[in-house]
Design a protein. Structure first.
Length: 367
């Protein structure tokens, strides 16, 4: 769609920028689409859920958030049951995961007393929704627009969780052409429509040579976040759990995906009105964490992780308490665990201060 009249306000703005200054990096394009102050997708859209653009694990089954809540409580026990622990969720969406997690971990009263909850959310609409959903836990909740200053945590341990958060961080691309990696940029074709173009030599380390036309992905925003986690880990124990879609190793395939109303759409369609994500390169996450001095557990497929945490047992118990809902509980769990679906495409990785033991449900990665 190149017709200027049908362009979103953000498309017009970005095209103006490209005409004036030349092609922009993929991460600049992605960042504008997702978090532009006025027109960014995550600023105001109600993205998640059956009426939104996409559905996520906690929205599919309460078991997901419940098991993560119990996982947090188990980590707190591993940390020696400190009197205070900060529980930080990055990109909490509709607040469903946190609501389920706070409820399930309520079986440990000492953990309930210890936990201080932080929600890092850039989207004002979602923040309001989270506040409403989590109102009954209001006393211990704090919202932040971005990763907070370390001082917020004092000397207390920090547990970070992020489901489908890393995939929303802007990434850059490079394309292998004529024997070298070049920056892959977003420019305009003769008719004024967005198109990918190759720029100059790509900065940074893009790994071994590719094959002609191969595209690779790197996420400076992800590295920056891991740097912040590592910095916080310098003063206090820190543990982070990320669950996302992606691959063990960077592969080819779709390195930028746009979704609207539960359907994939072309990546340049309606900038600011579609969700844009990148598959998470778990080996790069692990590598970046290690470089910053953190230890790494996993990645393991989501099905394996949830299975180890007792997903099947939890579902059977729920079904016996709510026989009328047995079908829904069963199909929700099946979706989370589906081989060839979420169960294997989604993976779980744990990062931790090196003196913290291996995290529950994961095993230490071999660098
Ligand atoms: N974890 C939720 C939502 C995943 S969607 C779930 O599983 O349902 C990504 C979430 O991250 C949304 O809440 C989005 O608004 C938020 N987000 C995206 N980019 C962000 C950023 N840079 N800083 C803070 N939150 C961000």
């Amino acid at each position: 769609m190149s017709g200027e009249q049908s362009d979103t306000p953000l498309a017009r703005l970005l095209k103006g920028e490209i005409r004036q200054h030349g092609p922009i990096s993929v991460s600049r394009y992605m960042q504008a689409c997702l978090t532009h102050e006025e027109f960014g997708y995550y600023r105001s859209k109600q993205a998640i859920g059956s009426a939104g653009d996409f559905i996520t694990a906690p929205e599919i089954s309460q078991i997901f958030g419940e098991l993560i809540g119990l996982w947090c409580a188990a980590v707190w026990q591993q940390l020696g049951q400190p009197a205070r622990v900060h529980l930080v969720e990055l990109g909490p969406g509709r607040g469903t995961l946190m609501a389920d997690a706070l409820r399930s971990s309520g079986i440990l009263p000492a953990f309930v007393l210890a936990r201080r909850v932080h929600l890092v959310e850039v989207n004002g609409t979602l923040r309001d929704m989270q506040k409403e959903k989590l109102a009954s836990w209001a006393s211990d909740l704090t919202w932040h627009e971005a990763w907070p200053e370390d001082s917020v945590f004092g000397d207390d341990p920090v547990i970070v969780i992020g489901n489908e958060f890393l995939d929303a961080l802007p990434a850059d691309q490079a394309v292998f052409q004529s024997g070298r990696w070049k920056s892959r940029m977003v420019g305009l074709d003769g008719e004024g429509a967005f198109q990918f173009t190759a720029g100059g030599a790509a900065n940074g380390d893009w790994g071994s040579d590719g094959i002609e036309g191969e595209v690779r992905l790197r996420s400076p925003a992800q590295d920056a976040l891991i740097g912040k986690l590592a910095h916080a880990a310098g003063q206090r124990p820190l543990v982070a759990l990320f669950i996302d879609y992606g691959a063990d190793r960077a592969g080819t395939g779709d390195l930028l995906q746009a979704v609207r109303a539960h359907k994939y759409v072309p990546v340049f369609e309606a900038p600011g009105d579609c969700d844009l994500t990148v598959p998470v390169d778990f080996s790069a996450v692990g590598q970046s964490a290690r470089t910053h001095g953190l230890s790494v557990d996993g990645p393991v497929p989501q099905a394996e992780f949830l299975g180890r945490l007792g997903a099947v047992e939890r579902a059977s118990r729920l079904m016996s308490f709510n026989p009328g809902k047995a079908g829904t509980i069963d199909s929700g769990l099946a979706r989370l665990l589906a081989p060839g679906g979420m169960g294997s495409h989604f993976k779980v990785i744990g990062l931790r201060s090196s003196h913290v033991p291996v995290l529950p449900g994961l095993e230490e990665a071999q660098p």
